[in-house]
Design a protein around this ligand. Structure first.
Ligand code: ADP
Ligand code: MG
Length: 340
C-alpha cells in the first residue's frame, strides 16, 4: 500500500455541512413529508394538504392553515440550527413540539429545490421565498404556510439511485401521513397524488380516526387499552390474537404524541401476547404513551424516531400489563357471550 500522506484540516463549506446532515434526516420523499407535517402541526394547523407528484420525487407540496412565518423570518427558517421552538437547554427538557433542532428545512433545501410561501394573521398578503435564488416576492394565499419541495436529490444522484419506484415511494409517504393522522384526529389531512385525491381524513373522534385510517375491521378485532400510574399513561387499542398479521405493518407506538420505534416498548407489548400469539404472527396495535417530558430524552436521533427513557423497566411493565389487561378483558367478555 502507498504510504499515507497527510492532508491539512479544513472547515467544510456550509452547503456541504448541510448536505451531510441531510443524509441523516432525508432518506426519501416520506422523510420530507414527515418533517413538513411535523412543522405544520407545530404551527397549530387544523387542516393539512399533502400534494405529491411521482411518489414525492418530483414534488411534495404541503399546505397548512397554521400561524405562518413572518416575512422577515422566512430566510431564517432555512438556516441550519435556526428554530422558533427552543431557546435554551431547559426548553429542550420540556419540549412539547415535534421539532426543535432547526435542521429540517435547511437539510431539505440542500438536497432539493424548495420554496416557502407563508402568511401570518394581519399581514396584507403572503410572501414566497425561493431557497435557491433567495428571491422574495409577494404571493397570494390565506393564513398559513405552503412548502414546496421539488426534484429531491437532484444534486446528489448517488442518493437518487436509492429511491424505489414511484408507487413504493408513494406508499412510504402515505405511511408517514398515516402515522401523523392516527395521533391527531383533531386535524384534517388530505393527500393528493398527480392531482388526484387519494386520501382524506376529516377531523373526527379518536375512535373514528382509528377506524378511518386502519379500517373499521381493526376496531372490531381490537380492544381498548388504558392504564394510568402517576404521570405515566398508556392508552390506545390492542388487536386481538385473531387480528395478528404475518407482517409487523400495523404497529404504532407514540410517546408524547411522537411516533417512535422502541425495542423496549415493542418487547413489552409482545410479551403481553406471549401466551396467545405463536410463531411469527405479529400483533397489531396503536398505543399512546404519555410521560413527563423530563423522563424521556427525544434528542437521541436526528429523526427523533428513537427515544431514551429514564425508567425503562417501569414503562416496559406498565405497557405489558396494560395490553395484557385489555386482552384478558376481551377473553372474559367472550366467555360471558358464550354463557346461555
Ligand atoms: P424545527 O422544526 O426543528 O424548528 P425546521 O427546519 O423544521 O426546524 O423549521 C425551522 C423553523 O421554521 C421552525 O422553527 C418554524 O419557526 C418555521 N416553520 C417551518 N415550517 C413552518 C410551518 N409550516 N408553519 C409555521 N412555521 C414554520
Ligand atoms: Mg421541523
Amino acid at each position: 500500500a502507498a504510504a499515507p500522506t497527510r492532508r491539512s484540516i479544513r472547515e467544510l463549506p456550509d452547503e456541504l455541512i448541510s448536505q451531510i446532515a441531510a443524509g441523516e434526516v432525508v432518506e426519501r420523499p416520506a422523510s420530507v413529508v414527515r418533517e413538513l407535517v411535523d412543522n405544520a402541526l407545530d404551527a397549530g394547523a387544523t387542516q393539512i394538504q399533502v400534494k405529491l407528484m411521482a411518489g414525492g420525487v418530483r414534488a411534495i407540496v404541503i399546505e397548512d392553515d397554521g400561524l405562518g412565518i413572518p416575512v422577515d423570518e422566512l430566510p431564517l427558517a432555512l438556516k441550519r440550527h435556526a428554530t422558533s421552538k427552543i431557546r435554551s437547554l431547559d426548553d429542550l427538557e420540556s419540549v412539547a413540539t415535534m421539532g426543535f433542532r432547526g435542521e429540517a428545512l435547511a437539510a431539505i433545501s440542500s438536497v432539493a429545490e424548495m420554496a416557502l410561501l407563508s402568511r401570518c394573521e394581519g399581514a396584507a398578503h403572503a410572501h414566497r421565498l425561493d431557497a435557491r435564488s433567495g428571491e422574495l416576492a409577494p404571493a397570494a394565499r390565506s393564513r398559513g404556510t405552503s412548502i414546496e419541495v421539488r426534484e429531491l436529490f437532484f444534486s446528489t444522484p448517488a442518493r437518487r439511485k436509492f429511491l424505489k419506484t414511484d408507487a413504493t415511494e408513494l406508499a412510504h409517504c402515505m405511511e408517514a401521513v398515516r402515522r401523523h393522522a392516527l395521533a391527531r384526529p383533531d386535524v384534517g389531512f388530505t393527500v393528493w397524488h398527480e392531482g388526484k385525491l387519494v386520501e382524506q381524513w376529516r377531523i373526527a373522534s379518536s375512535e373514528q380516526r382509528l377506524s378511518d385510517v386502519l379500517g373499521a375491521e381493526f376496531l372490531a378485532v381490537s380492544r381498548a387499552v388504558f392504564s394510568e400510574r402517576g404521570p405515566l399513561r398508556v392508552y390506545g387499542r390492542a388487536g386481538l390474537p385473531e387480528a395478528a398479521r404475518s407482517r409487523a405493518d400495523m404497529q404504532y407506538v407514540y410517546v408524547n404524541g411522537r411516533f417512535v420505534r422502541d425495542k423496549l416498548i415493542a418487547h413489552g407489548i409482545r410479551s403481553a401476547y406471549e401466551d396467545v400469539l405463536h410463531g411469527h404472527r405479529q400483533p397489531s396495535y396503536v398505543l399512546f404513551i404519555e410521560i413527563a417530558p423530563d423522563r424521556v430524552d427525544v434528542n437521541v436521533h436526528p429523526t427523533k424516531i428513537e427515544v431514551r427513557f429514564r425508567d425503562g423497566r417501569e414503562i416496559h411493565q406498565q405497557v405489558r400489563y396494560a395490553v395484557q389487561d385489555a386482552l384478558a378483558l376481551s377473553r372474559s367478555a367472550a366467555a360471558e357471550n358464550l354463557e346461555p
